[in-house]
Design a protein around this ligand. Structure first.
Ligand code: BDP
Length: 711
C-alpha cells in the first residue's frame, strides 16, 4: 500500500523543515556558527573524529582548542566526540613535537615542514600515526594548535581541504580599540565599548571570552584596549588591575593586551613637573610605571602613542623629536620585552610646523627620523596620507623608512564609509593598499612588520553594528595573518561561514561584497576626491564647508573646485606631494593621462572640460560616477532581495533595512554633491542626468547633531 501525505500537511512539514534549517540568527555567533552539516558531510566528518587526542598535559590554550573543537563538532554533527588518551583509526590528533616526540622522530619530512612554521604556524593533514589513520593538527606550540584547530573547523564547516599548512607573515596582528573609559567609543557605531571598565576587574562578561575566540580564529594576537586619544587615568593602579583581568581572559587565546598611553600622563597625574622625554624624573616615572604594569601583566604588550597630533601632547611640546619621545618609552618597556607603537598620523597643532599640504606632513616629520628609533619601536602608519578616506593612494612612508619597522594602520570601523549603516566590504580596500608597488623593490605588504586595525567591535548583539561589517573584522584579521591573501577568497570564506556554503547563497553575497566599497567611493568621493564629510561627526555630505579654523579641516581645501575646474594639484606645479613617492610613481602620476583614473583628482586640478578616457568631459564623468554609485547601491539591494528564500528571516530583514537606508544615503550624497558642484562649475546637467531632488540650500541646512561615533 502506498502512503500519500495530504498536500497541506506535506507543505507544513516542508516549511517547518525550512524554518528549522534557516532558524533566525542574531549574528552573535559571527563566523563561528557551526550549524548542522548535510548528512553525507556528517558521515565523513564523524569517521574522522572518533575521538580527540591531545598527548601531554593540557594548558589553558589546549583547553581552549579542545573546547572549540567540541563546540564545533557538536554543532555540526549533533554530538561531540570524547577526548581520549590513545589514538585509534579516525582520531583527531593535536600534537607538537614536544608533546609527542615520536611524531617527528621518525618523520624527517614532517620535521622539516614543522620547522618552517615558526611559533604560531600549524599544519593539517590526513596521515598515519602509530599505525593509525588520523587527522593531524600539528604545530610547534600550543597556540599553533589553537590556530590549527580553528583552521580545521573552518574547513569542516565549509568543506575546505583537509590538508593545509600556514604560518603568519606578520608578527604583530593587532586590534586598536578607540574605546573610552566611560564606555563611549570614538568612531564606534556598534553600541558601547565591549570593555565594561566600571564592572572590571570582578565582572567578566562572557563576551570577553567570545571576543578572544573570534580573534584567535583569525590569528589576531594583540589588542590595544583604549582610545589613542588617551586619558592619564588608564595608567593608574585601578585601571592596571582592570587591564590585568582582561589580559587573563585573553591570554589562553594568544592575545596580548596593550594600552594607549597619553604622553603627558605623569605631568597630568601631578607626579612629575614636566613630561619632557629627556628629563630624568620623567624617564624614571615611566620605568617605574612599566615595572608596575609588568608586575600585574607579565606579558603586557606595550604602548600605542598618538603624539603631537590633533591637539594631543607629545615630545614636540618640549622641542624634542618623535624619536626622543618614542625611545624614552621604549627604554621603559624594553627590559620587559615590551614594544612602543608610535603613530605617524600627525598633523600640526596651530603654530607648529604646518606642511603646505596635509598629505605631506607625516612624511616630512618621520622620514628624517628613519634609523633613529630604538629597536623596540614601530612606527604605525595609516594606509593613506590624509585620513582613512574611502580611497587614498598608499602612504608615501611605506618604502621610505627602510631602517624602521613599520605597522600598517587600517580602519575597520567605517568612519568615512557609511558607518555601520552602509555596506562596504573593506577587504578590497585593504588589498588595494597592500598590493601597491612602492617601487622600492617591495609592495606595501612587504614593507610591514605588523598590522593594526581600528576595531568595529561594540556591545551590539551582532558585535559590529551590522552583519556585513563583521566581514571587515574578518577580512582584516585574515590579511593581518597573510597580507597577500586575496579579498575575494576571504569574502567567499566569510560568506560561506556566516551565511551558508550553499553556492546559491555564498556566490551572490561575494559578488555584492566585491562591488560594495566601490559603490561607496562613487556616491561619496569618486575620481580621487576626498574629505568631503560633515564637520566633527563626519556624516556627510558637506563639500561646501569652508569656515573651519584650520584650512585643512575644510572640504574645499581638498577638492578646490571653482568655475574653472576641480582637484588638488599635488604635482610639481602644486604642492608636489608626489615627490614623496619613488621616482617611478612620481613620474607616472605627474601626468593626468597616466594617473589611475580612480586617483585623478587626488593628484591633479583639472578643467571641467578635461577629456576623460571614456570620451566624456570631466564634468560629465563626475556625474556619471555619482550615478553609478547610486545604481550599484540599488543593485546591492536587489541582489539581497533575491536571496530572501535562502536567508534566515531575521538577518534577511536586518540587512534589507540597512540596504534601504544605504540607498537613501547614496542618493543624498549624490544629490548634494551634484547640486554643490553644479553651483560651482555653473555647468548644465547633460541630457539624461537627473537633477537633485532639492536645491543646494536644502542640503546645506541638514544637521546631524546626534550622529553616532563623534570624536
Ligand atoms: C580621525 C578621527 C579621529 C581620530 C583620528 C586618529 O576622526 O576621531 O582620533 O583619526 O586617528 O580620522 O587619531
Amino acid at each position: 500500500m502506498r502512503f500519500f501525505l495530504p498536500a497541506a500537511l506535506a507543505g507544513l512539514l516542508l516549511s517547518l523543515a525550512a524554518t528549522v534549517f534557516a532558524a533566525d540568527e542574531d549574528g552573535y555567533d559571527l563566523w563561528l556558527r557551526y550549524r548542522p552539516l548535510e548528512r553525507a558531510a556528517q558521515t565523513t566528518l564523524k569517521a574522522q573524529t572518533r575521538n580527540i587526542v591531545l598527548p601531554g598535559a593540557p594548558t589553558p590554550t589546549t583547553d581552549a582548542a579542545l573546547a572549540e573543537l567540541q563546540r564545533g563538532l557538536k554543532g555540526m554533527l549533533g554530538q561531540a566526540p570524547a577526548t581520549a588518551a590513545t589514538t585509534v583509526d579516525g582520531s583527531l590528533l593535536l600534537a607538537t613535537p614536544s608533546r609527542l616526540p615520536s611524531l617527528t622522530a621518525a618523520d624527517a619530512a614532517l620535521r622539516a615542514d614543522l620547522a618552517a612554521l615558526g611559533d604560531e604556524g600549524y599544519l593539517l593533514r590526513q596521515t598515519r600515526v602509530h599505525g593509525h589513520k588520523v587527522t593531524l593538527v600539528a604545530a610547534n606550540s600550543d597556540i599553533g594548535l589553537l590556530y590549527g584547530a580553528f583552521a580545521w573547523l573552518r574547513g569542516a564547516a565549509i568543506g575546505g581541504t583537509a590538508a593545509a599548512s600556514s604560518a603568519p607573515k606578520l608578527q604583530l596582528r593587532l586590534l586598536n580599540h578607540w574605546d573610552n573609559l566611560d564606555r563611549s567609543v570614538e568612531r564606534g557605531y556598534s553600541g558601547q565599548s565591549i570593555w565594561d571598565w566600571w564592572g572590571l576587574p570582578e565582572i567578566k562578561d562572557q563576551r570577553y571570552t567570545d571576543y578572544a575566540r573570534a580573534n584567535a580564529s583569525l590569528g589576531i594576537n594583540g589588542t590595544v584596549l583604549n582610545n589613542v586619544n588617551s586619558k592619564p587615568e588608564v595608567l593608574t593602579a585601578s585601571f592596571i588591575a582592570k587591564t590585568a583581568a582582561v589580559a587573563d581572559i585573553l591570554r589562553p587565546y594568544g592575545i596580548k593586551v596593550y594600552l594607549s598611553a597619553r604622553f603627558s600622563t605623569p605631568l597630568e597625574l601631578h607626579e612629575t613637573s614636566t613630561a619632557d622625554p629627556l628629563a630624568p624624573e620623567v624617564q624614571q616615572w615611566w620605568k617605574n610605571k612599566a615595572d608596575e604594569i609588568y608586575k600585574a601583566i607579565p606579558d603586557f604588550g606595550g604602548f600605542l602613542v598618538k603624539a603631537n597630533s590633533e591637539g594631543q601632547p607629545g615630545p614636540q611640546d618640549y622641542h624634542r623629536t618623535h624619536a626622543d619621545g618614542a625611545n624614552m618609552l621604549a627604554a621603559a618597556v624594553a627590559p620587559h620585552k615590551g614594544i612602543v607603537m608610535w603613530r605617524a598620523f600627525v598633523y600640526a597643532p596651530k603654530g607648529a610646523h604646518l606642511a603646505d599640504d596635509r598629505a605631506k606632513q607625516a612624511y616630512e616629520e618621520f622620514k628624517p627620523l628613519d634609523g633613529k628609533f630604538a629597536a623596540n619601536v614601530l612606527v604605525q602608519v595609516k594606509n593613506g596620507a590624509i585620513d582613512f578616506q574611502p580611497r587614498e593612494p598608499f602612504h608615501p612612508l611605506f618604502g621610505a623608512m627602510p631602517k624602521t619597522p613599520l605597522m600598517m594602520e587600517f580602519q575597520i570601523t567605517k568612519e568615512y564609509l557609511g558607518y555601520s549603516t552602509d555596506m562596504a566590504y573593506l577587504g578590497t580596500m585593504y588589498e588595494e593598499t597592500l598590493e601597491s608597488d612602492t617601487h622600492t623593490g617591495k609592495t606595501v605588504a612587504q614593507t610591514l612588520s605588523g598590522m593594526a586595525g581600528v576595531a568595529n567591535i561594540g556591545s551590539d548583539r551582532n558585535w559590529s553594528g551590522s552583519h556585513f561589517d563583521q566581514a571587515n573584522w574578518y577580512a582584516y584579521g585574515r590579511l593581518a595573518w597573510n597580507p597577500q591573501a586575496k579579498a575575494r577568497d576571504i569574502a567567499a570564506e566569510w560568506a560561506a561561514l556566516t551565511f551558508s556554503p550553499d553556492r546559491r547563497v555564498a556566490g551572490p553575497i561575494v559578488d555584492m561584497m566585491m562591488i560594495s566599497r566601490e559603490a561607496v567611493v562613487n556616491y561619496m568621493t569618486p575620481l580621487g576626491l576626498h574629505h568631503m564629510m560633515g564637520t566633527s561627526h563626519h556624516h556627510g555630505p558637506a563639500p561646501w564647508v569652508d569656515n573651519l579654523e584650520r584650512p585643512d579641516w575644510n572640504p574645499v581645501y581638498y577638492h578646490r573646485a571653482d568655475r574653472n575646474g576641480i582637484g588638488f594639484n599635488r604635482t610639481a606645479s602644486g604642492s608636489n606631494a608626489l615627490e614623496q613617492y619613488a621616482p617611478e610613481i612620481a613620474r607616472q602620476y605627474a601626468d593626468p593621462r597616466t594617473t589611475p583614473e580612480q586617483l585623478l583628482l587626488w593628484f591633479h586640478h583639472l578643467p571641467w572640460d578635461y577629456a576623460m578616457p571614456s570620451g566624456r568631459t570631466l564634468w560629465a564623468e563626475l556625474l556619471a560616477r555619482y550615478d553609478k554609485g547610486v545604481a550599484d547601491t540599488r543593485q546591492l539591494h536587489a541582489r539581497w532581495v533575491a536571496l530572501k528564500p535562502l536567508i534566515d528571516a531575521r538577518r534577511y530583514a536586518d540587512v534589507e533595512q540597512h540596504l534601504t537606508r544605504q540607498i537613501n544615503n547614496a542618493v543624498l550624497w549624490r544629490d548634494a554633491c551634484v547640486a554643490y558642484f553644479q553651483s560651482v562649475s555653473g555647468l548644465p546637467l547633460p541630457p539624461g542626468v537627473q537633477p537633485p531632488a532639492h536645491p543646494l540650500e536644502y542640503y546645506k541646512a541638514l544637521r546631524y547633531p546626534y550622529a553616532p561615533g563623534r570624536g
